[in-house]
Structures are given as C-alpha cells and as structure tokens.
Design a protein around this ligand. Sequence first.
Ligand code: COA
Length: 183
Amino acid sequence: MDLERAIRVLGDRLRYQLGRIRRIGKKKFICGDNCWISRRALFDRGSKVIFGNRCRVSPFVVFETQNGKIRIGNNVSVNSHTIMYGHGGISIGNDVRIACHVAIFSADHIYRDPASTIYSQGLNAKETIIGNDVWIGSGAKILYGSVIPDGCVIGANSVVKGTLEPYGVYVGAPARKVRSRLA
Ligand SMILES: CC(C)(COP(=O)(O)OP(=O)(O)OC[C@H]1O[C@@H](n2cnc3c(N)ncnc32)[C@H](O)[C@@H]1OP(=O)(O)O)[C@@H](O)C(=O)NCCC(=O)NCCS
C-alpha cells in the first residue's frame, strides 16, 4: 500500500514505525522510530524536518522551513496550531513539550532604513536553539536566535528573545526569570 493510500485508510492515526524518509505528496520529512505525525500537520514544499524517535505532532502544526533545517530530538511533542519558521534553522533537543499556538522563529525582517521598504531589506537569520527537558507554554513566541537551554519552562504567552539560563522559569513579554527549577 502506498503512503497516500495508507493515510486515507488509517485516517489521522497514521503511525510511522521505521526511521526513514517519508513523503506526504511532495512534502518530505525524516522521522525515527515510533513517531506519530498527524497527516493534518503541514510541511512546506521541499521541507527539511528531521525528527528523532517517539515524537508526536498534532493536527495543524505548521513547519515552514523556508530553506532552513528544523531538527527535533527524541520524545518531543508539538501541539496543534504551533508554527515553526526554519529560515536560520531550528534545533530542538530531547524530552521537549511544546504546547498549542506556539510560534518559533529563526529570522527577523531588517527594517532600519526608512527609505526602503521593509520587504526589500531582507532578513537577519540565526538559528534558534531549544535544549533538553524544556516546556513551552501555550501561545509563547520564541524570537530568532534565542537559546532556551536545558530544563527551562516558558510561561503561556511569553515572548522570548536572547539567551536564557538553564532550568529557569520565564514568564511575560519580554520573558523574565521568576524562579529556577534548581532552587
Ligand atoms: C509558567 C508557569 C508554569 C508558572 O507556574 P508556577 O510555577 O505555578 O508559577 P506561579 O503561578 O507561582 O507564577 C509565578 C509568577 O509568575 C506570574 N506568571 C505565571 N505565569 C505567567 C504567564 N504565563 N505570564 C505572565 N506572568 C505569569 C505569576 O502571576 C506570578 O507572579 P507574582 O509572583 O508577581 O504573583 C505557568 O504560569 C504557565 O504559564 N504555564 C503554562 C500553561 C500552558 O500553557 N499549558 C499548556 C498545556 S501543555
């Protein structure tokens, strides 16, 4: 049975068991063992998304790689309506929980010259890095080039920019540390 037919037969509960390249139409991603990637997750054309083992991606998650690479480790869940833009690359470690409606960016528009349109000034792109054992609350925005190290918790609706401290609990816009998981 080809993959498209398998999707129709199994509906949304398609489970990828083997580590290899998978295609949905012309959209390509690579996943390890025992991943569950909803057929209603969206991958842009020619996308480069790599999952480790035991990852779960809910319906309506969007991967807009924009010629960048999105690398996701083992045991990572990504909930509905989260979107990742991969221009400068996104790297996510192991055991990460990403709630619904999170946006992860890896580029910003250059806008300083008022004599030119924002669009014509291009982009600053930089990899956004998320470590291991991180929980990102619903609606959080992770701006380009941010580093969220191991153990961090990001509160709902927070806006993260820059490099955080490991095991910090960060809330608000801009996100500020309110406690440490180590204390
Ligand atoms: C970040 C979070 C985990 C902190 O929970 P907690 O450890 O119980 O912390 P507290 O509730 O004691 O909050 C500590 C302080 O941060 C503030 N705060 C907590 N979450 C906040 C948020 N998302 N935005 C702004 N401020 C927040 C609290 O008001 C409190 O401020 P105060 O000390 O001035 O009173 C939690 O508030 C949160 O945002 N969870 C995400 C929920 C979610 O998205 N779930 C999706 C399902 S996976």
